[in-house]
Design a protein around this ligand. Sequence first.
Ligand code: LLP
Length: 432
Amino acid sequence: MFVSDCLNINGKGHLTIGGADTVDIAEKYDTPVIVYDEGAIRKNCRAFVNSINEYYGGNGRVLYANKAFSCLEMCRIADDENMGLDVVSGGEIYTALKAGFPAEKLYFHGNNKSYDEIKYALESGVGRIIVDNPEELSVISALAKESGITANIYMRIKPGIDAHTHNFIRTGQIDSKFGFALETGEAMECVKLAVNAENVNLLGLHCHIGSQIFDVAPFVHAAEVMMKFISDIKNETGVIISELDLGGGFGIKYLETDEPVSFDAYMKPVSDAIKEAATKYDLPVPFILIEPGRSIAGAEAVTLYTVGAVKNIPNVRTYVSIDGGMTDNPRYILYQSDYTVLCANKADKPRDAVITVAGKCCESGDLIQENTKTQKMEKGDILAVLSTGAYNYSMASNYNRVPRPAVLMVKDGKIKTVINRETYEDLIKNDI
Ligand code: LLP
C-alpha cells in the first residue's frame, strides 16, 4: 500500500501505520507527531542481518547508521537485533552508551572528530575508530599511548566513485570532504603512517559512496576498488587488512514510482565481487560490514500534521499550511526531496487536488512538497507525509523557537512514546 507495507487504510477510510489509526493518534497525541512502525523497522534489521549470514556465512556485521534517527529506543532496537552502530559524534556515542549499547560494537565515524570526542571514544572502549585524516591519526595514536591502550582503527577511503544522487549526499568522489583519495596516493601514504603509528592497529578500511542510491553497479564497483586497494596494501606493506566496511546508502521509496532494489539484489552481486577479488588477489575474504540507515527506518514512519490555513491563489497554486515544516523536516528546503502526501482522514478518497504543503516558519522556502497530487484538504484535516523516518527528526531544529515534535512507535497494536514533545520550557533551558 502506498510507499510502504506498514501503511494501510481502515474501514473508516483513515490511514493506518502498523495497524494503528493515524487520525486517532493525531487526536490523542497532538500534532505534529512522527509515528514509526517498530515491527517494520525490526523486519528491515533482520533482512540485513540475514543477508550477511547468507552471503558471507555470518562473517560480517550490520551497523545501523544512527544518524538517520538516533534515540535511546533505536539504539536498544539495534542492539536487540544483533547489530552494531555507526556513530558520528560524541553525542551519538553518549546516546548509545546511555541505552546500554555495548561500546565494542560502536564504529566511530566523522571527518573532524574533536580531541575530546576521540578521548571519550577511547575511554569508553568504542570498538573501531574510522580515521578520516592524518591529523586525527596522530591524536588517536598519542592518546592511546598516553593511556597504554591500542586503538583499533579503519581508514576512510574515497574510492573515486560518483554515485548518482543529490550533490550534497554524494561522498565517494575525489572532491569530497570525507576520507583519503586513492588516485592521489594520499590513501597509501596514510596507510603507511597508520602501520607505523604507535598504539594503533590498522584493522580495516571503510568507504561510503553516498545515500539514496538505486543502482547496484556503484556498490559493486566500490567493493572491487576496495579489494584492489587491500591487495596493494599487502604488496606494499605486507599488512593484511581483515575488515572491510562498505557503508550504507541503499535507496528507499518516497514516491510510488520509486523502485529501490531489494536487499538481496544488492548483497549478492557485492558478495560475488568480494569473493572473486579475494581469489584473484589471493586474499582471505574480509569480515564485511554494511551501514544502512535510511533503509532501516526511512519508509517506516509518517509525520502527521494538522492543516490550518488553505490559500488558493488563482492560476498560481494552493498553499496548505501545516503546524510543522522545515523545523521537523528540512529535507525539502535542503535537497528538494520528493514525498508522498496524503490526507490521513480521507485516505480512501481520490487524490485529485494539487497542493503545496507549507510549513509555519518565517521563510518562503519552508515547504514540504510543491504542487503534489493529494486529496482536497481543509482546516482541521490531518495531513500525513510518508517516509519521514530517516534524516527528519535527526535533522530537526528549533528555528523560530518551534518545539520538536513527539516521536511514537507502534508495535503489536500498542503505541509508545519514544521521544517526548519538546516544551516551551525545554526551549529556554540553556538560556541564561
Ligand atoms: N555510513 C556513513 C559513513 C554515512 O555517512 C552514512 C550517511 C551512512 C552510513 C548511512 O547512509 P544511508 O544508508 O542512510 O543512506 N541527510 C541526508 C543523508 C545524509 C547521509 C549521511 N551519511 C538526507 O536527508 O538525505
